[in-house]
Design a protein around this ligand. Structure first.
Ligand SMILES: [Zn+2]
Length: 155
């Protein structure tokens, strides 16, 4: 928790101070409104997890829904006023399968992926995972090291 809290708090402070670019933040009115979470507890309080249901409208874009339907998604975080919904694919819980889309015999780092999604809940885009470093490591590598499942794969 300590690592996660420090990394998240650093980024939330940067966001509040206007030090992040538009590309670092999720696009869409819901993520640019005054309802953005700026504190750690707000991030947790605004997270709402649901399993993907192909027969139900869950707010996904048609492009994201197509990825879920094709089995090429782990999770998607979408905004709504007052909360962030994380839609989870069954693939995020996948262990050792031959039929996985990206590679065979992959063991998904479920815990790490969920922590990754929490950064999206906070309003950060995947752009930030490219340049924000923790002790010289990318955010995803740090998440995997500190919060993830040993031996499993972060996408
Ligand atoms: Zn992401």
């Amino acid at each position: 928790m300590r690592w996660f809290g420090e990394a998240m708090s650093t980024l939330l402070s940067m966001k509040a101070a206007g030090k992040l670019s538009a590309a670092d933040l999720l696009s869409g009115a819901d993520f640019t409104s005054s309802k953005q979470p700026y504190g750690l507890s707000e991030v947790f309080n605004s997270a709402y997890f649901v399993m993907y249901d192909p027969n139900q409208y869950q707010g996904l874009t048609s492009a994201d829904k197509a990825k879920f339907d094709a089995g090429r998604a782990l999770a998607a975080t979408i905004g709504s006023s007052g909360y962030r919904q994380v839609v989870l694919s069954e693939n995020i819980f996948r262990r050792e399968s031959d039929s996985w889309f990206w590679q065979s015999k992959v063991n998904i780092d479920t815990a790490g992926q969920l922590v990754h999604e929490m950064f999206h809940v906070a309003g950060f885009s995947d752009n930030l995972f490219g340049w924000f470093k923790v002790n010289g490591k990318s955010l995803n590598d740090s998440i995997h090291e500190h919060c993830g499942i040993t031996g499993a794969t972060m996408r």
